[in-house]
Design a protein around this ligand. Structure first.
Ligand code: SAM
Length: 330
């Protein structure tokens, strides 16, 4: 099967699905302090509708979905939904992205679900800095949560850190050391210009600079491609991976801005309200909600195909998004 093809001959086999636009954090680089106007209960897709959408996407060639938000774990019923998703669509890879604040209380149940990956956002190893950055979070809860999942399951864990000059650029050694201690892979991410009220060139650190400033710089070497794929053939995403020749530790660097990966971008996004977007930076999308609610899956399929065709060649060609990451689905 050719699968779902987007414009410029890109195979789209990965969909990030936001299940809520709400979040229990107010990360300074992601959301204003007062939060954002949230969608009403009726405006967001029900779990049933998301399940139906995933079934359709799988039939169209999508191999992996990532459940995200907002903070997906603030939505009631998430665990039950994930259980159903993996049970009903066993060939679909299902991953979860979270800020980690609820992992401790859910580790037992999560560990029993066949997730293909768990990404936890963690921007500092300093409790005060963590609190400052998230405005509401507790570092200890996140660290304990990650350790709890690790001790109960073999779910591959990635720790995602957005590096921001003057905020957390000094935290890389401690983050590397924590990731190593719990068998997780750290990924350092360039700060993306999604929201002009917080993004500034002065705060941006390029992937090249991140690399140059790594502790033990000389020991980090590009990972040799062709190594055994821990993800069972599902693309690992846009990170360039390095391996520490002395310790064997892996590290990912995501150069979303400086060396963008639009040419090989295989993703689509669905917002919590059921809008399909072909690019993170695009303000335009198409609503799948009405057709999904009417059970008109043929129309949903056509809308997906049409949106895939509209995927911009490069994020710079997209109509600039004025939304925060939490609204689009990070
Ligand atoms: N609440 C979940 C979490 O914290 O992972 C999922 C949603 S959150 C919006 C997803 C990711 O987007 C987080 O890792 C966050 O750091 C990242 N993010 C938000 N704004 C960003 C920006 N301007 N540049 C790069 N990453 C950003």
């Amino acid at each position: 099967m050719a699968g779902l093809m987007g414009s410029y001959n890109r195979k789209l086999d990965y969909v990030r699905i936001s299940i809520t636009d709400r979040c229990n954090y107010r990360c300074r680089y992601c959301m204003p302090e007062d939060g954002i106007a949230c969608l009403g209960h009726d405006e967001i897709l029900s779990y049933e509708e998301i399940l139906e959408l995933c079934r359709l996407l799988l039939g169209m060639g999508v191999r992996k979905v990532r459940i995200t938000g907002g903070e997906p774990m603030v939505r009631k019923g998430l665990i039950g939904f994930l259980k159903r998703l993996v049970a009903e669509l066993p060939s679909l890879h299902v991953a979860l992205t979270t800020n980690g604040s609820f992992l401790l209380s859910t580790a037992e149940e999560l560990s029993g679900i066949r997730l293909s990956g768990l990404n936890v956002s963690l921007d500092s190893m300093d409790p005060e800095k963590f609190r400052f950055l998230t405005r509401l979070g507790s570092l200890e809860d996140v660290l304990e949560g990650i350790r709890a999942v690790r001790s109960k399951s073999g779910i591959p864990i990635k720790i995602n850190t957005v590096l921001i000059r003057g905020f957390n650029d000094g935290d890389v050694p401690a983050l590397l050391s924590f990731a190593k201690s719990c068998g997780a892979v750290l990924r350092l991410i360039e700060f993306m210009p999604l929201d002009d009220s917080v993004w500034s060139r002065d705060r941006f650190i390029s992937a090249d600079e991140i690399l140059e400033n790594l502790p033990e710089r000389e020991n980090w070497v590009p990972e040799i491609s062709g190594r055994r794929d821990p993800n069972h053939g599902v693309p690992e995403g846009p990170a360039r991976y390095l391996v520490n020749a002395r310790t064997g530790q892996r590290l990912g660097i995501i150069a979303a801005v400086s060396h963008h990966f639009c040419e090989t971008c295989n993703r689509l996004r669905v917002t919590a309200s059921g809008e399909l977007r072909s690019c993170l930076f695009s303000n335009e999308g198409v609503s799948l909600r009405e057709a999904l609610r009417e059970g008109d899956l043929e129309t949903v399929r056509k809308l997906i195909l049409a949106e895939a065709e509209k995927k911009p060649k490069c994020w710079k060609d997209a109509a600039a998004s004025s939304q925060h990451m939490s609204q689009i689905g990070g």
